[in-house]
Structures are given as C-alpha cells and as structure tokens.
Design a protein around this ligand. Structure first.
Ligand code: GLN
Length: 537
C-alpha cells in the first residue's frame, strides 16, 4: 500500500471560483516545503478530452509533453510548480466511460451487469490512485471539475466518499471552495450559500475537512465562526481566499492563512520545514514594482474569451516581468482588421503576436497584421497558425505567389506553401490525431532564435496538422525569410524568421505551454525585449 496522501478539491455555489488556482497554490506551498506533489483535474463532461472543444466552450486546450490535449487548469499547475504534467493529470467522464466500455467489450467483467457504482466509480478511483502509486507522489491533489450538486459530478463525489472511507482518516481529505458574497444593501458578508453547498456535499456522504471561502472583503472572525459551526469544521480549517490583483499572489495569501499547515496537520505529515518561496516572492515583487509598459497586440479570432489564450497571456506576463515591464495586452479580433483601419488598430503597438487557430474565419485580418508588422518593422511573433500566416503573407507579397495559401484554407491553391503533413493525409478521426506533444528542434546559430535560446537543440510542444512545405524553402531563403529551426529527424520546419527585420519570428510549435513563473520561455523573453526596444525608438 503506498503512502501517498490524497487531497480532493471540490467547489460549491458557483463555477469559476478558482479551484485550479487554489489547488495550484496549495501544491506550490507543499512543494516549497519539500514534498513531491502533483495535481489532477477530473472533468465531468463527456468529451474524451477537450481537444475537440471549441475554445469558446472551455478556453484554451493545453498540451502536455506527452501530447495529451488537456484542460487549461493544467497550464496553471505547470506554471506554478514548474513540473511537467501528463495525460494522467486530466481525466474526463468521456475517458472513464470509454475505458469501462472497452473493458466490457473485451469481456473483462465476466458476465456482470456493468453499472455506475461500482464500475464507473472504480475506474475513477483507479485513475486517481494511479498517479500516487505509479509516480510515487507524497501528495496528489485532485480537483473535481464542476459544482457540487451537478448531476455530472455525482460519480466523482461518490468516488471521493469511497476513497475517504477506504483509506486511513489522515490519508485523504476534502477541501471545499465556496463563495461568500457581499451584499451592498445590507453591508454584510453572507454565509448561507456556503452552508447550503456544504449541505449538498453532506447529502452525498462527504464531510469537507477544510473550507476555503472566496470573498471580495476581509472575513470577520464572526463570519469564520459561523461557517465553522454550521459546516462542522474547526475554525482553523476556515480559510479566506480574498481577491488579489494577480493569481501568482494566491500562494502567498494561502500561506498567510496557513492553508498548507492545516492540510499537513490533517494528513499527519511533518510541518517542520518552512516553505522556500524566495524566488517566487522576488518574481511577485518584480511584477508589482514594474512601472514601464510594453503594449502587445494579440491578434486572434477568439478574443471575446481571454481564457482561449490563457497560456499566451501568462507567458507574456512572465516575459514582461523578467524584462522589468508590465504588459498591456490589446486583444484584437482578426475579423475586424481591414486595410482601412489597420493603422488605428495596430499603430500604437510595440509588438504584435498572431495567435494559433483553426479554419479560415478571420484569416485575412491575420495576413494584414503580419504584413503591417513586417513592413513597419514592428517585432512580430507568430505561433502555429500565426507562423503559417507569416509564411503565406510572405509568399503573396514578397515572392509574388498571389494566391498562395495553406491547403487548410484553400484546398486547390496553386501555391500550397503550407500543406497537410504526409502522415495526416489518411486521418479521419478528429480527436487526438494531430501532431501532438514534444518534438526536438535544431536551432541554427547566428539567428534570432539562437539568440533567444542560446543552445542549438530544444524540445517544444506541438498541436497542428499542417506544416511548412519544404519544396518552397529555397525560394524563401533566397529572398530573405529563413528556416532557423527544424526537426532533426524529419526536416520539418519549426521556426521561420526574417534576418533583416528587427525581430520577426514564427514558430510552428507552442512555446506558451512551457513558460513558467520560475522559467520564462526564451522566445517570449526575446520578443518582449525586442518590443521594448522598439518602443524606445
Ligand atoms: N490550423 C493549423 C494546423 O492545424 C494551426 C494549428 C494551431 O494553430 N494550433 O496546422
């Protein structure tokens, strides 16, 4: 029997209270005390993974090194912990049912009736425990998506109940996150929604061990006492989570509230070592004291929902902080960019980033943004589709290939400068079939990319079906756009850049997935540095 301890994080009252950030903050504090911790997200929807979801539904799809398409909360986990996650860290109801049904088809259940309890709950428990046993973690923090009371999350809560019952009392605990709204009219903080939500949890047989209260205002001692009394917990287990200006402050706030100590005590783990947060706090200080502003335009088609670009926005924040600047983000809808208004839309920017994406909607606006950045010598970073747009724009306006395109946008283009990868041509299933996960990239010396990385071999994460068409490479290189990074095994182009431009780099991979608070990504650092330089001029 492994000694791994399990912490479950559930949510009540409303969604979007920040369970992911609380989980990541607790993990950070435990990690800073020397514990080996990981975080897992269980999502109650029926998609097998979020890869097939429109970004408007659940925000960005985060890709792990092993090529799993996962929930954006895993991005927070990696940015906070600076440790890789894998497919095992994100499980959906779809995947759980798929596994159970596959077993049923194989005959593994030996004629038994297959039911939600015990078969689905057993599969949920297996997916939780596997992290602890296989990877030897001291603590596994499992975040249950959704809100207590939802039909979808019932089997998960039942699995939690069973695990609490099966394991020693101090081997599994539940943290319940709720909201304490402030009523202006009466000038009061209200605990009733929390009481109801804990009741809903109790009805399923689960007593929370710790209650975290999200609030706009400081909780009084009376409010804390009331929650403790009505929710059956000791007062030290009532934790305030007050609104802060940056998510990176939450671990510090949670430490002030002694969330980590309370959790360790309940898990019967030693608390002698104080958390080592020096580097974290110095990042936070840097972030708060930065006064100078760098204006970055993020051109994409999902800009109505900033969560669709979560990792990019966080990566820009990391890079700006390390460059002693604050990033002012301008989210620009590519569908709204026209030849006429482009000066107004992009004229005040210090740097332009064209985002990843799929399909032709808004593509012309992206080409226009690339052209503007290229001609006006504004630092430019193109990511995935953004890189492909840069290649297409160059073909059309510099190489004179007028109808050049990606075969994703125009299947019969006379100049398919971006084309479907060979091994993608026979793919029919959409889920989990892209070029996914980490691949090597050889970086050419003497290029902007090399200046950023300072090493000649890197590994970056991918999520795409189309690629640069190498038949055209010599034409590009003859006229001023070069491949500064390529895959050493397949020769696939990974980075394109224009040496004559102050900073114009397009990357086929996604650097945003691997920028963390303590390890900002070199490509973002260089892009921001160039944008600051541009601003000064
Ligand atoms: N749609 C493009 C492709 O599949 C780019 C994907 C992306 O930006 N992630 O190649």
């Amino acid at each position: 029997m492994s000694n791994t301890k399990y912490v479950f994080v559930t949510g009540g009252v409303t969604s979007s209270l920040g369970k992911g950030i609380i989980s990541a903050s607790l993990a950070k504090l435990l990690q800073a005390r020397g514990y080996k911790v990981t975080i897992q997200k269980l999502d109650p929807y029926l998609n097998v993974d979020p890869g097939t979801l429109n970004p408007y539904e659940h925000g960005e799809c985060y890709v792990t090194v092993d090529g799993a398409e996962t929930d954006l909360d895993l991005g927070h986990y990696e940015r906070f912990l600076n440790v890789h996650t894998t497919q095992a860290n994100n499980v959906t109801t779809g995947r759980i049912y798929q596994n159970v049904i596959n077993k049923e088809r194989r005959g593994d259940f030996l004629g038994k009736t297959v039911q939600i309890i015990p078969h689905i709950t057993d599969e949920i428990k297996r997916n939780i425990k596997i992290l602890g046993t296989k990877h030897n973690f001291d603590v596994v923090i499992t975040e249950i998506g959704g809100t207590v009371g939802d039909i979808e999350s019932l089997p998960y809560i039942e699995a939690v109940r069973q695990m609490k019952w099966e394991l020693d009392r101090n081997q599994a605990i539940v943290i319940h996150l709720t909201l304490v709204p402030y009523l202006k009219a009466s000038g009061e903080l209200k605990t009733k929604p929390t009481q109801h939500s804990v009741k809903a949890l109790l009805e399923t047989g689960v007593q929370p061990d710790v209650i975290v209260l999200r609030t706009e205002r400081e909780l009084t001692q009376d409010v804390r006492k009331k929650v403790a009394l009505f929710c059956n917990v000791d007062i030290k287990s009532v934790i305030q989570s007050i609104d802060v200006s940056t998510i990176y402050e939450v671990p510090v706030k949670m430490q002030e509230e002694k969330l980590d100590e309370t959790v360790l005590k309940k898990l019967n783990l030693p608390i002698d070592q104080q958390p080592e947060l020096k580097e974290w706090k110095s990042f936070l200080d840097k972030m708060k004291s930065a006064k100078d502003i760098v204006n970055i335009g993020l051109v994409g088609k999902y800009v109505e929902l900033a969560d669709a670009y979560k990792s990019i926005i966080e990566s820009l924040t990391h890079a700006a902080t390390y460059n002693d600047h604050k990033v002012k983000l301008h989210l620009i809808h590519s569908e709204q960019i026209t030849e006429k208004n482009i000066e107004k839309k992009l004229g005040n920017l210090d740097g332009i980033l064209v985002a990843p994406g799929f399909g032709h909607r808004g593509i012309e606006g992206k080409f226009a943004a690339v052209k503007y950045a290229r001609e006006n010598k504004i630092p430019f970073l193109g990511i995935c589709l953004g890189m492909q747009c840069a290649v297409i724009e160059y073909a059309r306006n510099v190489l004179g290939y007028h109808d050049a395109n990606s075969t994703e946008m125009a299947i019969n283009t006379p100049y398919p400068v971006i084309d479907l990868m060979e091994d993608q041509k026979n793919v029919t299933d959409m889920g989990g079939t892209m070029r996914l996960g980490e691949y090597a990239c050889k970086v050419k010396e003497g290029t902007k990319a090399y200046e950023a990385y300072q090493i000649d071999l890197v590994k970056e994460r991918h999520r795409h079906r189309y690629e640069f068409n190498n038949e055209y490479l010599s034409k590009y290189e003859e006229s001023g756009m070069i491949a500064s990074g390529y895959n050493p095994e397949t020769g696939l182009v990974e980075i394109m850049e224009i040496p004559e431009h102050p900073w114009f780099v397009g990357v086929q991979f996604h650097p945003e997935y691997s920028s963390t608070v303590l390890k900002p990504h070199p490509i973002f650092l260089s892009f921001i540095k160039a944008s600051i330089q541009n601003k000064k001029q």
